[in-house]
Design a protein around this ligand. Sequence first.
Ligand code: PAF
Length: 283
Amino acid sequence: MQTHKTIAETRAACRAARQSGKRLALVPTMGALHEGHLSLVRAARTSCDVVAVSIFVNPAQFGPNEDLAKYPRNFERDQLLLEKENVDLLFAPSLEEMYPQGSVTWVTVEGLSHKLDGRSRPGHFRGVTTVVSKLFHIIAPDVAFFGQKDAAQVAVIRRMVRDLNFPVEIVACPIVREPDGLAMSSRNVFLDARQRSQALVLHRSLMQVKNAWEAGETDAAKLAAAGRDEMKKQNSVRLDYFEVVDPDSLDSVTNVANGALVAVAAFVGSTRLIDNILLPRRG
Ligand code: PAF
């Protein structure tokens, strides 16, 4: 695996791959890799000739009171994991390399960026779309892989790619869960044993919705109420949002017969966790 810290070296390596007719995948990450990330790498490996992974903890997507300083970082371990997955290229730039002094240009997807996590985390998606568009310019992948756990991020990036004509296919891969249902997240390391068990309420609340849907309920307000009621049972967990929305526009829906995204975000202690399920179109 080649590891590059500069944009110039990364561009040259990616250009060489493309010029030899190879299909190039990008898996953008902030490191602290877990099975969820590795599932993206494996999906990339099966459909592309060259797999590039980026590791960059992007300050632009963290709010002033968020966990940038304590965000987990373990570069050597990440490097070993990626080597084992036969990743071809790791791009791991410094802060100065990605945001040279005086950087003032942002990429913003209006509207969508202020829904779900964007509403709770002002400026978050502007930071995501800015860094992802920089990565797309540097690596110029044919395909980029993202986790469905960040469902709102997927919707925002898909819209950016469409609106700005990025020649890249976006693939969203299924959420990877622990055996007891907890969605894998780099932030799970912040949970102590008690919080780890309290955190299971997110998945339970989504399962309540799924059960009600399977029993024939299609009214979005009733489904959301079933999920919120389950969340209330774990009163040490502070609900941020529990919503039933259209997966592309992230707008609330009244009925889920045409399919819907059911998304939850909550604080377990000071750790903010998210999870979701997709309800398919009925029939
Ligand atoms: O999903 C993430 O880890 C980040 O938001 C991303 C896409 C790597 C951009 O920093």
